[in-house]
Design a protein around this ligand. Structure first.
Ligand code: ADP
Length: 163
């Protein structure tokens, strides 16, 4: 049976931390569906269509990665996609605390869906979308934080200071 995992998140924007987890996830799963969660209560920096477009460009040569947007519960989205697994990344203790509660809830909601956690690799362990958005707001150097091709697009309207 094909092993399918959902990699859910906001990806606002996608970072090299996310890319790393997806690449390593491909060693475990036949297919990964990157699920861009749309939270109508939260204001995002980039519209879902832009977040999806960057993901599509990144994985254009990887047919095992699919990009979708979704609203509502992740386990419902997983069922709809025929996925048996959720893939998540763990950076540090706060991620664990947060993930533990979500995992317990998901076990309650869908006992046949298992969540698999990958500990982040040292070169990307410090990266979060929140920090990347902060760097973007202040026109900092994004190299090593997001895929290179995104940098000119992000700074198309306002060039990076390189600081
Ligand atoms: P963030 O937590 O950066 O705002 P998301 O909400 O989009 O990003 O997170 C989606 C998933 O990616 C989560 O499981 C999160 O822990 C994981 N993730 C994000 N950044 C990293 C990273 N640098 N290393 C490992 N996992 C990460």
């Amino acid at each position: 049976m094909e092993r399918t995992a959902i990699f859910p998140g906001s990806f606002d924007p996608i970072t090299l931390g996310h890319v790393e987890i997806i690449r390593r996830g491909l060693l475990l799963f036949d297919r990964i569906v990157v699920g861009i969660g749309i939270n109508t209560q939260k204001v995002s920096m980039y519209p879902a269509a832009q977040r999806a477009a960057w993901l599509h460009t990144l994985f254009t040569n990887e047919p095992r990665v699919q990009v979708e947007t979704f609203q509502g519960l992740t386990v419902h989205f997983a069922r709809q996609q025929g996925a048996q697994f959720l893939l998540r990344g763990l950076r540090a203790a706060p991620d664990f605390e947060y993930e533990k509660n979500i995992d317990l809830l998901n076990q309650h909601l869908a006992e046949n869906i298992q969540t698999v956690y990958l500990i982040s690799s040292p070169p990307t362990a410090h990266i979060s979308s929140t920090l990347v958005r902060e760097v973007i707001r202040f026109h900092g150097n994004l190299q090593g934080l997001v895929p290179d091709f995104m940098i000119p697009e992000i700074y198309a309207d306002s060039p990076a200071s390189g600081a």
